[in-house]
Design a protein around this ligand. Structure first.
Ligand code: FAD
Ligand code: MLT
Ligand code: ZN
Length: 455
């Protein structure tokens, strides 16, 4: 242990090894855990500990409470707001080994899984029973159930099925003092006091460690139709989505992105762009009947005149989705972005997007802005390349524009360490005081993820 003796005692680290075994107490080469997915937030955890089960998590938390050591929970480390930023003397508790998967209960359409299970593993387990896990997004292969609960992750299907919070029907967690709460029966009607699952969902590791969850599954309609439309403006995107939603109740996803982002993906990953357009709208429907001709006649009747491409098999569907989902990775190939994941009213999207572009370019015409996101949710992802990691002037600019549009400074990624300075733009002081009161009641020593959510 080079250089960590000063902050973590040898007998504390030894006690951790007694709990999980020396192989699962890491003290060197922790970069893969200490640096966030974007490379902008670089921590210096003293130790990474990898418990195998809830009992080991509880014993670790009890030890940390006794030794007053801060704990940063971590799942897949795909978070985009610096939510697992650990300092010297902190430990990262990795949930990746909590990866058990229960049987799908087809009568209740639910499944219980460990917090370290990947989103795509839940999707796979459900598929085998003609069901579907409704949370889906580009990091499905590395984001964990625990992480998506902690951030109340959204993704591409929120407009039809809601965010992660709406999928949780039971939870198991370990509190900062090592107490285990377990409420996993999955009863749909259970009004017996505070909704602890809902409180922990979105708490970003500041209240406790989610160790397992019981999740609802939804019917997986087998007729999926994926359509890419070329629009002239963001206003046309908003209008087309509004018309589609009035006509069809089986729209799963409505994603938008611009030509500059599509070109970046095409160059970075050799993905073909079916046609040029100023703005792209990617729609996905799922039903029990083939909707392609209904969708086509709706577009004709609503005088849609842009280009379109319909995926007629799984590989063409994947190609269309790669154009949208590879934006995050493509942007990271050309720099370390300042990322903003924000929500405004859908009707305000065109004015908001123009205002952000204008204000960022007025600040520095050299900076480049890539915008894409979940159109029907009013949730845009704004990526600014150019400012250095610590230059927060662009954060101030973009989040102020969000506030002017009465939006939310965090749509689905959470606050993390990245946006804690601006929390008051979206929450009142009374709300922040209440959240801090809950935090101090549950975590009186302030050990849980201390760099996250609150300044
Ligand atoms: P981590 O990054 O490990 O942790 C995230 C936060 O949760 C941290 O604060 C951490 O302390 C806490 N935490 C993790 N596990 C636990 C636990 N078991 N108990 C308590 N706290 C815990 N997010 C979206 O919402 N929608 C998207 O569309 C989306 N697309 C993405 C696409 C790409 C390519 C990438 C890289 C990320 C994307 N994300 C998206 C962001 C990210 O995947 C989500 O925030 C996800 O919820 C993080 O899960 P994770 O397991 O990686 O958590
Ligand atoms: C997405 O929708 O692709 C994600 O939220 C990731 C991002 O914002 O980069
Ligand atoms: Zn997103």
């Amino acid at each position: 242990m080079i250089g960590h003796e000063k902050v973590l005692s040898a007998d504390f680290v030894n006690s951790l090894q007694q709990v999980v075994g020396a192989a699962h107490v890491l003290t060197d080469d922790l970069g893969g855990y200490g640096t966030d997915w974007t490379g902008r937030f670089i921590g210096s955890p003293s130790v990474v500990v990898r418990p195998a089960n809830t009992n080991e998590v509880a014993r670790i938390m009890h030890l940390c409470s006794q030794h007053n050591v801060a704990v940063v929970p971590q799942g897949g480390n795909t978070g985009l707001v610096g939510g697992t930023l650990a300092d010297d003397g902190h430990i990262i508790l990795s949930t990746r080994r909590l990866n058990w998967i229960g049987d799908v209960d087809t009568s209740s359409q639910q499944i219980s899984v460990g917090a370290g299970v990947l989103i795509e593993q839940v999707q796979e387990a459900a598929k085998g029973h003609g069901l579907r896990y409704a949370v889906d997004f580009g990091a499905r292969g590395s984001a964990t159930v625990g992480g998506t609960i902690a951030t109340n992750a959204g993704g591409i299907n929120v407009l039809r099925f809601g965010s992660t919070r709406h999928q949780i029907v039971g939870i198991e967690a370990v509190l900062p003092n090592g107490d285990v709460i377990e409420h996993m029966a999955g009863l749909l009607k259970d009004n017996t006091g505070y909704d602890i699952a809902s409180l922990l969902c979105g708490s970003e590791g500041t209240l406790g460690i989610v160790t397992a969850a019981r999740l609802r599954l939804v019917a997986s309609h087998n007729q999926r139709t994926t359509v890419l439309l070329g629009c002239d403006s963001s206003q046309e995107v908003v209008d087309v989505v509004s018309g589609i939603r009035q006509q069809f109740d089986c729209l799963d996803a409505a994603e938008m992105f611009f030509l500059d982002g599509a070109n970046l993906v095409a160059e970075a990953f050799n993905v073909a762009i079916p046609f040029a357009a100023a703005v792209y709208l990617l729609l996905e429907f799922s039903a029990d009947v083939d909707l392609a001709s209904d969708i086509e006649s709706h577009l004709v009747q609503s005088n849609f005149s842009g280009s379109s491409a319909v995926a007629d098999n799984e590989s063409s569907r994947t190609r269309l989705w790669r154009l949208r989902e590879e934006h995050t990775a493509a942007i990271s190939t050309i720099g370390v972005p300042h990322k903003f994941d924000v929500t405004v009213a859908v009707s305000d999207l065109p004015l908001f997007i123009n205002a952000v572009r204008r204000r960022v370019s007025d600040a520095n015409a050299e900076w480049s802005v890539y915008i894409f996101g979940h159109a029907a949710d009013g949730n845009m992802h704004i990526n600014v390349l150019g400012p250095t990691a610590n230059d927060e002037s662009v954060d101030e600019i973009v989040l102020q524009v969000v506030a002017e549009f009465k939006g939310s400074i965090s749509a689905e990624h959470g606050i993390g360490s990245a946006k804690k300075k601006w929390l008051s733009l979206s929450r009142s002081q009374a709300e922040i005081d209440m959240m801090k009161a809950i935090k101090s009641a549950i975590d009186p020593q302030g050990l849980m993820n201390p760099n996250t959510m609150f300044v």
